[in-house]
Design a protein. Sequence first.
Length: 201
Amino acid sequence: MSIAVIAGLGNPGSKYRNTRHNIGFALVDLLAAKYGATWKHEARFEAEVAVILHAERKLMLLKPQTFMNACSRSLGAALRYRKLRPESMLVIYDDLTLDLARTKLSVNGSAGGHNGIADLLTQVGEGFARYRVGIGAKPHKEMDLADYVLSQFTKDEQTILADRTSIYIDQIHLILNEGLEPAMNTINQRKAQSHERNDHK
């Protein structure tokens, strides 16, 4: 089933902008900007929504405004309204088990401790595609997990991520154009070095 909805996960409000947990918002913002799309608040979905035209297909971009642990309320409403199954959705979000800036594409598996994905799996169901962007592990084990994921990226980290933005857009286009299996083979490959790599550490 082809992708019809691309959702970036994050928390609403200016205090959470540019935090690690909001990298999903940042990527769909980039995608909307590339297509010249405008965000509008849709109360029925409790989300910011933008529509883009890719390869003559209309795609809905979504940023849930429900806070992370209740994102299924927003995304479930959008899927029901469009009469779509979870398989039609690509969800973009942060992953602290991946090195900074690395990406991984998957469909199955657990939430991996991510509250947004746990909420989606419980309330919407399995089958949606997951595009995960590495935010790196906590700098020390004693640090509170919430404090870490809600922290801002350092300037060096922002530079690394900014250098990768064209790669992220290309990978999302690969998913849309080629489908999940071929995209997984490319995105999850184990060849490049350092933070350029896309494999799971």
